[in-house]
Design a protein around this ligand. Structure first.
Ligand SMILES: Cc1ncc(COP(=O)(O)O)c(C=O)c1O
Length: 391
């Protein structure tokens, strides 16, 4: 008997990298592929102490079911942080999610019907494309310049009927680019007057290298957006803790949706995270991580420019990714196949576009050990040379 799957999953894309790595994975693989924090940035000891204190003090509570909205002290901590960013927020504006990936899924379930359209800029986070595709939505792709999405393109998307606009305004994944302050203000005004929701996905703004920081678009829009935050890149992805900050009427519509999905985010993770945040110096932890990532970014940039000048990259001011464009047309998915044979991985640009994008690649520099970066670039060069010799 042929198994009948839902129409929703018919066109759902698989992760190219996961597929290829499952064939070629070895311990010796140098991966520039995932968006993982570096080992040095994972607070193992501090988290162990936090977990010990939680289990000594309130183990029974930590192992129970919790509320769908999330652990209140953590919601309050997040609300205080957002207030300090100029966004008036109370705990009732916060819903704790299983990473911001779950927030994207929740938003899709809350707002999207099959055939609806979502406005994005390209390249855009592959997990967002995957999530919107699962909701059977199509994408309206808006053009950008160096300042960010063009105001007229945002107007066009609204006129074309976009259900909402999804942006990662600060050190975006994969491009590493940020929307300028002037453009934030311009497009916020356009979106605000249109009345359609803005989804501001913001997992990287605390990982900016320079002293410069951007105002969140949510602060330009008096909190009338859906803002997504995550502890994955600044503390640890395995906690699976992210959050949605939104007006209370939206949070209260999201709660039953999340209930149907998973009842609530792991309470033990939330309590341990809160214990960690209450006892440790998060700013110091983040600035140590950034110092290390900056050294890794500089090393990979200098290695690439010396050994692989055919790959043109910007210099990202933070985050964990480099976005590269080949000087001449290359099929990066085919190159990835050769690269994994050489023992190095990256993500082909096509993962970040609904169509095309194969002339780009995304390189993660936070995860590999610093001393492995030169070898990783050498392997990439070997794959590049083999690709050309096979043409
Ligand atoms: C832009 C963006 N949004 C959301 C996520 C999902 O992160 P998490 O679910 O770990 O919070 C990621 C992860 O890489 C991301 O880059």
């Amino acid at each position: 008997m042929e198994t009948q799957f839902s129409s929703r999953i018919k066109n759902l894309r698989r992760s190219v990298v996961r597929d290829i790595l499952s064939f070629h994975s070895s311990n010796d693989m140098i991966s520039f592929a995932g968006g993982l924090p570096g080992k040095e940035a994972l607070p193992v000891e501090a988290m162990r102490k936090a977990a010990d204190r939680v289990f000594e003090r309130e183990g029974i509570r930590a192992l129970q079911y919790g509320t769908t909205e999330g652990y209140n002290p953590l919601r309050e901590w997040i609300a205080d942080y957002l207030c300090s960013e100029g966004i008036p927020t109370g705990p009732d504006n916060i819903l704790i999610t299983g990473g911001s990936q779950q927030a994207l899924d929740l938003i899709g379930r809350l707002f999207l019907n099959p055939g609806d359209q979502v406005a994005v800029t390209l390249p855009t986070y592959n997990g967002a494309i995957q999530s919107f595709e699962l909701s059977e939505a199509s994408l309206i792709c808006t053009e950008s310049d160096n300042d960010g999405p063009l105001p007229n393109e945002i107007r066009r998307a609204i006129l074309q009927g976009a259900k909402f606009i999804y942006l990662t305004p600060t050190v975006a994944n994969p491009s590493g680019r940020s929307i300028s302050e002037k453009r934030r203000s311009e497009i916020s005004e356009i979106i605000r007057t249109s009345g359609i929701p803005l989804i501001e996905d913001d997992p990287y703004s605390l990982l900016m290298f320079s002293d410069h920081s951007f105002r969140k678009m949510t602060s330009y829009m008096d909190g009338e957006t859906i803002l997504l935050g995550s502890f994955s890149k600044i503390v640890a992805p395995a906690l699976r803790i992210g959050y949605i900050r939104a007006p209370e009427n939206i949070i209260s519509r999201m709660v039953p949706v999340k209930q149907a999905m998973d009842l609530h985010t792991s309470l033990v993770s939330q309590i341990i995270l809160f214990e960690y945040l209450s006892h440790e110096n998060l700013s110091k932890h983040i600035s140590d991580a950034k110092a290390s990532y900056r050294i890794k970014r500089d090393l990979i940039l200098s290695e690439l420019s010396a050994k692989l000048p055919q790959l043109k990259t910007d210099i990202p001011d933070g985050g964990v990714f480099l976005w590269g464009r080949w000087g001449s047309p290359i099929n990066s998915s085919e190159l990835l196949y050769l690269a994994t044979e050489e023992g190095v991985a990256f993500v082909p640009g096509s993962s970040f576009y609904p169509d095309g994008g194969d002339n780009f690649i995304r390189i993660n520099y936070s995860a590999p050990d610093l001393n492995r970066i030169p070898e990783g670039v050498d392997r990439l060069v070997k794959a590049y040379n083999r690709y050309h010799s096979l043409l």
